[in-house]
Design a protein around this ligand. Structure first.
Ligand SMILES: [Zn+2]
Length: 472
């Protein structure tokens, strides 16, 4: 099967945060699990680099916008490497290839009659990059950005006929599985039933130059959302190479987008309406993860409870960071994470848990088994469909349950003692332990790829590896 998977593109007006890291490793675990199952996978991520917020942040930093976004794209690439992501593409929305795609998307929607111009006056929130309606304003402020002043703006903009897509979107949302978790699909259906308003998809270039020019109207640039959403297909080479990866993975494959829970309107509605307008296949599934709090509160510099994903990797290592993000956070609900909890999980489940088990089994194997024993060992096939329900944490619980059982087996059945009285039986028992460990390492591959590799190599070479998770 051809499978396409993508994260949302982080907006590069700030450093990467732990929520980005969660989304990245969720997508990466799925991509890896599918590849192991024999699927052809295209895994994409990247950075969203236009818009007013970025323009203003660059000005504040005294930089040209391009230099500013180059710096942050670098930071996100650094995080991607720190987390060991196996992505096949990294698309930046300032990439000329993407710019051409966003303009083609515009032309298609315009040709359909879905784009029109009108004068718009209203209160604009730079934080949201959107005009706010009466009911979205509380005490004269955007509740999402209470520190940003709303700006009174009147200008001519292009609009997208979102209201025309109400019925079609309801048709799209009919299929269970088009949004995961299910309750967010219901949320999306209710939102559409509440009525869709056409939305503005351009800004006056005189006011905001940091955007993709609207085809045929140099006085307007695209609204950052309209531009950025097209990345999901520009990364596949659309439209220039529409017969290549785009055809293979988007049109003929199954497509999955991974996004944060605040993205339903953008990913499952606006983007899907754009695809409908351009006569391009809709996304098969959008999976929404929850948010991460720390100590019951939103992470913030002033509270001092920010968990920086790069620091997490620097302290505990790539696989331990992936472990924390995949096993100790809910895949779809909001989760709480503190530095104390991370340390406890690391010590209990990695240092004393898996790390200790690997040392225990491999010490026995190295002392008592020969290479013949290893090469003739019958290994168990990996169950590859375990992530189809997106329950990363439960899939890992299962692996740790295997590990605990193996540990208890060694403690209770004492192969290390048996081998002294009955070498043949003892050897059989130890070989069985190694077989179990092999299964555990195989199951770990999508989640903790380098740990999995290290264990499998240790088994193949019949040599106890270096301490996997040193005490910290
Ligand atoms: Zn706002």
């Amino acid at each position: 099967m051809n499978r396409y998977i993508t994260t949302t593109l982080p907006y590069v007006n700030a450093d990467p945060h732990i929520g980005h890291a969660q989304e990245f490793v969720q997508a990466d675990a799925l991509a890896r699990a599918w590849r192991l199952a024999g699927d052809d996978v295209f895994f994409s991520t990247g950075t969203d680099e236009h818009g007013q917020k970025i323009y203003e942040a660059a000005q504040k930093a005294g930089q040209e916008p391009q230099a500013y976004v180059d710096h942050y794209a670098g930071e996100f690439k650094r995080l991607k490497e720190a987390l060991g992501l196996s992505n096949d593409a990294f698309i930046r929305t300032t990439d000329p290839r993407h710019v051409a795609a966003a303009q083609e998307m515009w032309r298609r929607c315009a040709a359909k009659g879905d784009i029109y111009k009108k004068t718009y006056a209203g209160l604009y929130c730079v934080g949201c990059e959107a005009f706010k309606t009466e009911k979205e304003i509380i005490d004269g402020k955007c509740p999402l950005h209470p520190n940003a002043e709303l700006k009174e703006i009147s200008e001519e903009n292009y609009f997208f006929k979102f209201s025309d897509y109400q019925e079609k979107l309801l048709g799209y949302l009919e299929r269970p599985g088009v949004i995961i978790p299910e309750w967010r699909r219901i949320e999306a259906i209710n939102f559409v039933k509440g009525g869709l308003e056409d939305f503005s998809i351009s800004r006056e270039a005189a006011r905001l130059s940091w955007g993709i020019p609207v085809p045929g109207d140099e006085e307007q640039v695209m609204y950052v959302w309209f531009d950025a959403l097209t990345n999901y297909i520009s990364t596949l080479g659309w439209p220039a190479d529409a017969e290549g990866d785009f055809k293979r993975f988007w049109e003929e494959g199954t497509t999955l987008q991974v996004a944060g829970k605040d993205q339903v309107r953008f990913q499952s509605l606006m983007w899907q309406a754009m695809l409908l307008s351009a006569d391009i296949k809709n996304t098969d599934t959008v999976f929404y993860h929850g948010f991460i709090t720390s100590g019951g509160q939103k992470m913030s510099k002033s509270l001092g409870n920010v968990i920086n994903p790069l620091d997490l990797v620097a302290t505990y290592g790539t696989d331990a960071a992936r472990y924390i993000l995949l096993r100790h956070l809910s895949p779809v609900e909001d989760s709480d994470l503190t530095l104390e909890a991370i340390r406890e999980h690391y010590t209990a489940h990695l240092t004393n848990g898996l790390g200790n088990l690997v040392a225990r089994v491999m010490k026995l194997a190295e002392a008592n088994l020969g290479s013949d024993d290893i090469t003739t060992m019958e290994t168990q096939p990996l169950s590859a469909d375990s992530l189809d329900d997106f329950q990363f944490n439960k899939a890992m619980d299962l692996i740790w349950a295997h590990a605990t059982r193996l540990d208890e087996y060694i403690t209770n059945e004492k192969p290390f003692a048996v081998i002294k009285d009955d070498p043949e039986e003892g050897k059989k028992m130890i070989l069985s332990c190694v077989t179990q460990l092999h299964a555990i390492a195989s199951m770990l591959a999508p989640f903790m790829p380098s740990t999995s590799d290290t264990i499998l190599t240790a088994i193949r070479e019949n040599k106890k590896p270096e301490n996997l998770f040193p005490r910290i």
